[in-house]
Design a protein around this ligand. Structure first.
Ligand code: AMP
Length: 174
């Protein structure tokens, strides 16, 4: 077995961004590094593959980067959850609280067909509000959430509690 790269070494802490008191986990150095980005996607795929998803659902913006690559690696589809007003077709919306502020996400009404197996993906699991909204949207469309997958989990924010009942995995926990 080859030695695993230290992915955490390529995640930059940015104190007081976007507001005072938040330590922002910046994954830009990780995705800029070819070997680390590939290994990140490979590790996401190793967890997601056995759950046999039909779709990966990612929210903008960093969820698109990891989600698109993961869907390609698994040979499944990718669907987007976006901020209100961005999607061109008919949508449904879910509101949620963030670690900093409140927001809402929309998906196309035909993004998930009933019975589709979906993994919701994001770069960071913080309070779990975003993931909870994505899970709600998938379930309202009749999809089955077969996992919630993250590159980073901020365990002290207890996001898992907010999405209890969902199979959760993160590559790196703080
Ligand atoms: P939450 O809904 O609180 O779980 O927050 C998750 C979303 O907010 C993800 O899309 C993250 O990209 C972003 N986010 C929240 N907190 C942080 C943080 N400390 N560092 C980087 N991104 C964060």
């Amino acid at each position: 077995m080859t030695e695993q790269l230290d992915l955490a070494a390529l995640i930059r802490d940015v104190p007081d961004f976007p507001t005072e008191g938040i330590v922002f986990k910046d994954v830009m150095p990780l995705i800029a590094d070819p070997a680390a980005f590939r290994e990140t996607v490979d590790r996401l795929a190793a967890w997601a593959g056995p759950r046999a998803p039909d779709l990966i659902l990612g929210a903008e913006a960093r969820g698109f980067i990891f989600g698109g690559a993961l869907a390609y690696a698994l040979g499944c589809g990718f669907v987007t959850a976006r901020k209100p007003g961005k999607l061109p077709w008919e949508t449904i919306e879910a509101r949620y609280d963030l670690e900093y502020g409140t927001d809402s996400l929309e998906v196309h009404v035909d993004a998930v067909t009933p019975g589709a197996r979906v993994i919701v993906l994001d770069d960071v699991l913080a309070t779990g509000g975003t993931a909870g909204a994505k899970i709600e949207l998938v379930e309202r469309l009749g999809g089955v959430v077969v996992g919630a997958l993250f590159v980073i989990e901020l365990t002290f924010l207890h996001g898992r509690d907010r999405i209890a009942g969902t199979d959760v995995h993160a590559l790196i926990a703080y």
